[in-house]
Unconditional design. Structure first.
Lengths: 555, 59, 176
């Protein structure tokens, strides 16, 4: 039932390991579909090419949303949850049978959803806003996937209860697993909400329920839709801590601070789904302001705490190794040749400076007027879930391949630059989308020349330049993603086996020497970077409120 | 030998109790976002009759 | 450490000076952001509305047609052109795939817009001002606008509403 890893010394439940591998494979398959869809979409929205015909544009957009935003990430996260609750805790899988059930449900759901989309029976986009209606099998597929994922989440908690009872880890969970606990809590309410909204919608598509109120649908749906992204944020940050540990032996300089930050997420992050309804009729400004602020920004505070805690984990470890010169010697001498390290660092920078800066402003009740349903919105979330979460997961995989699949990383030279290809591509794509949206370019829109309409509106000619940047960034990101998929597939299925620690291409850092008694700043380089971030954030904030105040008056 | 007083702070116990955190997370979200939001939708009133009458002429 | 349980006594470890400084700055910014939104409702001139009414597509359509009849001044491309008086109730209907009617307004005057949909969700995206709101069937979103610029403005639909979504574009003319 167990093997002892000859590289990490951890006890590995073989039944958990198998499930981790299979969920990871499904994740990669989903990402491949999502990336191919992305390529087609980039070449369609860039109307110089306008590749797809109109119905296929919306169809592929739906396909892209489901596979890239849901399937790829959730399959990967389930693998991570199993890893964090068994191997990391030297403990066992509570019920492999339920793990298999979860996998089968998720695969079934994945197949049903993709099939109904490709056959033209679900041209409703990922949000499937009622009264838009898809084929019942589409909704059934989503429900099956959600139930399977929820089963996996419950297994995670069951694993933890067993590990706690059998005292395999002491009193407090390791930080990585604690972060996953926060993610799993969010996942629980996310998937439960999914059931609450999709079951009546399924009945409606079968004709059993007569109507679905559009306002109720959208309100409840985003309890699923945005909370699912908060799972991704939390899991990403857990992976950041993991990455800091594996690559440089760093850990949070204060466990209490990091753990409280995760608890702030648990308390405040889920209500922020309200930012999808800020310019909607229905809920009052009181509800909007309270909820969109993540309850007085408690969860944004948490993000800012992690923004300091993660880089300072790296800085602190590096300073203890002797890299103490100036503000950034620790960063210059970090293992940039380790693709897991570069992926995690790029993920932090892109998530913070692009995703984070734009996100808070978009989510303020009044400035949302500027961005809602423009291309700025997907521009924002390319910065968070693609440049942030996806890139971090890609980085983590470079350790997953040798440690869980026991294979050497193929095309290692390509692997070293892959995070840069993908990261730079996504950054350029995200920023150009955001700017296009600022010019008013709509999202989810087939033709911004409005051919066939009674009038036409011409956007500011500057958009032509940003469409080119959009295409270039998008294409580079696709190349970076396909490179990663190629490396993963070849390594896992055709790579040479890892026979022991001597075959590890990536360093598993040994713990740095203990910190000397220090009453000054522990991470001045990180403080400089976070203050720079705050400066950029405040400038962006003020610009947007300035732009808002110059618009027509409305109340 | 001296018995060391090992009293675990309440907040540390909270941090270590993941089932309680699960309850907290789900409940706060359910009340503040879902229930409050749905109530607000339920509380909406119809278009005032003065507006309707001024256009439709008291039909 | 991230993979190992935390060290003994982790709960009592002193928070480093720079981490404390950063958290304090972040906390202040967060509180300011929250109260900013509230203050803007009092002093700011751009706020999403406090007012929504329940309606039905049939009722709202009847009101819109009556509104058009009352203030119609012409037609463009088959769409009625309407010039309502300032400070009145203006009805705008979104449907697959058009906005009805075309509006003629006066700069600097207030108009109480009632916006709703005949069928699916639509997006009211006023260009080139770039103000964006949602349009629902069954809900009358009352937005009181005061145009601060004159000229020709377009209403782009920016919520997916079917195959003709990109043909859905309306017009507002604002006179000096």
């Amino acid at each position: 039932m167990f093997r002892t890893c000859d590289i990490t010394g951890l006890k590995v439940d073989l039944r958990a390991e198998k499930l981790i591998q299979l969920n990871a494979v499904m994740a990669v398959v989903s990402l491949l579909i999502g990336v191919i869809a992305a390529l087609l979409l980039v070449l369609t929205r860039w109307q110089v090419v306008h590749l797809l015909p109109v119905e296929w544009y919306y169809r592929v957009l739906t396909l892209h949303g489901l596979n890239a935003l849901i399937f790829w990430i959730v399959f990967f996260e389930i693998a991570g949850l199993y890893f964090g609750s068994t191997i990391v805790l030297n403990s066992r899988m509570s019920s492999p049978k339920f793990g298999w059930l979860a996998l089968i449900l998720m695969v079934l759901g994945f197949l049903l959803v993709n099939f109904t989309i490709l056959s033209g029976n679900a041209d409703v986009l990922m949000t499937s806003y009622a009264p838009l209606q898809a084929h019942p099998l589409y909704y059934l597929g989503v429900i099956l996937f959600a139930v399977g994922a929820l089963t996996g989440v419950f297994l995670f908690f069951a694993n933890l209860l067993i590990a706690r009872k059998e005292r395999t880890y002491g009193d407090s969970l390791p930080l990585f697993t604690f972060g996953l606990v926060a993610a799993a809590i969010i996942a629980t309410l996310t998937l439960a909400t999914g059931a609450i909204i999709y079951i009546p919608t399924l009945l409606w598509s079968l004709g059993i329920i007569k109507t679905i109120d559009a306002g109720v649908y959208k309100l409840v749906w985003w309890g699923l839709g945005h909370s699912s992204q908060q799972i991704n944020v939390t899991a990403m940050i857990a992976v950041w801590y993991l990455g800091a540990f594996l690559t440089v032996g760093g850990t949070s300089i204060n466990e209490k601070v990091s753990r409280f930050a995760f608890v702030f997420y648990v308390i405040g992050i889920n209500v922020a789904s309200a930012h999808h309804l800020l310019v909607d009729p229905g809920p009052s400004p009181a509800w909007k302001v309270f909820n969109t602020s993540y309850i007085m920004y408690i969860a944004v505070l948490a993000s800012m705490i992690h923004a300091f805690a993660v880089p300072s984990a790296v800085e602190s470890a590096q300073r203890r190794r002797g890299y103490t010169k100036g503000l950034f010697d620790w960063l210059k001498n970090a293992p940039w040749g380790n693709p897991a390290f570069s992926a995690v660092l790029l993920s932090i920078i892109i998530f913070g400076f692009i995703g984070g800066v734009t996100g808070v402003v978009n989510g303020m009740e009044q400035t949302n007027i500027i961005v809602h349903n423009t291309l700025s919105i997907p521009g924002h979330f390319k910065g968070t879930v693609v440049g942030g979460t996806t890139l971090a997961f890609m980085g983590a995989t470079y350790y997953l391949i040798p440690l869980v699949f026991r294979k050497k990383i193929a095309f290692f030279g390509l692997a070293k630059i892959q995070p840069w290809l993908f990261g730079i591509g996504i950054a350029v794509l995200a920023v150009s989308m955001y700017i296009l949206g600022a010019f008013g370019v709509p999202r989810r829109h087939y033709d911004i020349t409005f051919s066939g309409g009674p009038f036409t509106y011409t956007f500011n000619p500057a958009v032509d330049f940003f469409w080119v940047l959009f295409a270039l960034g998008g294409l580079l990101a696709v190349v970076g993603a396909l490179a990663w998929i190629l490396i993963v597939v070849i390594s896992v299925f055709f790579g040479s086996p890892v026979k022991g620690p001597q075959d590890m291409q990536l360093q598993l850092a040994s713990p740095p020497p203990p910190a000397k008694e220090n009453h000054g700043f522990e991470a001045p380089g990180t403080l400089t970077l976070t203050l720079l971030f705050m400066g950029v954030f405040l400038i962006f904030l003020l610009l947007n409120w300035g732009w808002l105040s110059a618009m027509w008056e409305v109340r | 030998m001296e018995e060391k007083e090992k009293k675990v702070p309440f907040l540390q116990l909270v941090l270590d109790d993941f089932m309680f955190l699960l309850f907290l997370g789900v409940t706060i979200y359910a009340v503040s976002y879902l229930i409050w939001g749905l109530l607000e939708l339920a509380w909406l009133s119809p278009i005032p009759s003065e507006i309707k009458e001024s256009l439709l002429g008291g039909k | 450490m991230a993979l190992l349980p935390p060290e003994e006594g982790w709960y009592f470890k002193r928070v480093a000076k720079d981490e404390k400084m950063w958290i304090t700055i972040a906390l202040v910014v967060c509180l300011v952001l929250f109260f900013w939104m509230i203050v803007w409702h009092v002093y700011g001139k751009q706020n999403p509305s406090f007012t929504t009414y329940r309606t039905t597509p049939q009722e709202f359509n009847a009101l819109t047609q009556a509104f058009i009849q009352k203030y119609k001044i012409g037609e463009e491309k088959g769409i009625p052109v309407v010039e309502p008086p300032p400070n009145s109730d203006v009805f705008l209907l979104g449907k697959m795939w058009a906005w009805e009617p075309i509006l003629v307004l006066k700069k600097g005057q207030e108009y109480r817009f009632h916006i709703s949909s005949l069928d699916l969700l639509h997006g009211f995206s006023l260009q080139p001002v770039n103000m964006n709101f949602m349009v629902y069937p069954g809900y009358d979103y009352v937005l009181t606008f005061r145009p601060t610029s004159a000229g020709e403005f377009y209403i782009v639909c920016n919520e997916f509403c079917g195959i003709g979504h990109h043909m859905m574009i309306g017009k507002i003319i604002v006179k000096e």
